[in-house]
Design a protein around this ligand. Structure first.
Ligand SMILES: [Zn+2]
Length: 62
């Protein structure tokens, strides 16, 4: 029951303990956590500006 749960850090793959003592879990360190969070936020906030072909086709409606 007390076996530590080990998982690979999602960021760098380092074996990381998932117990409460690891405040950066599931990451191995603050650095990995911040890097991952930064990637996630930039990916979500940077909306794609790809043109929507259906919107363009809408012009000849009516
Ligand atoms: Zn890591």
């Amino acid at each position: 029951m007390t076996a530590p749960r080990i998982a690979a850090c999602p960021r760098c793959g380092t074996s990381t303990r998932l117990d409460p003592q690891n405040v950066w879990r599931p990451f191995c360190s603050e650095r990995c956590k911040l890097i991952d969070l930064g990637d996630w936020m930039s990916g979500r906030y940077a909306l794609p500006v790809a043109e929507d072909p259906e919107a363009a086709a809408d012009q000849d409606g009516e």
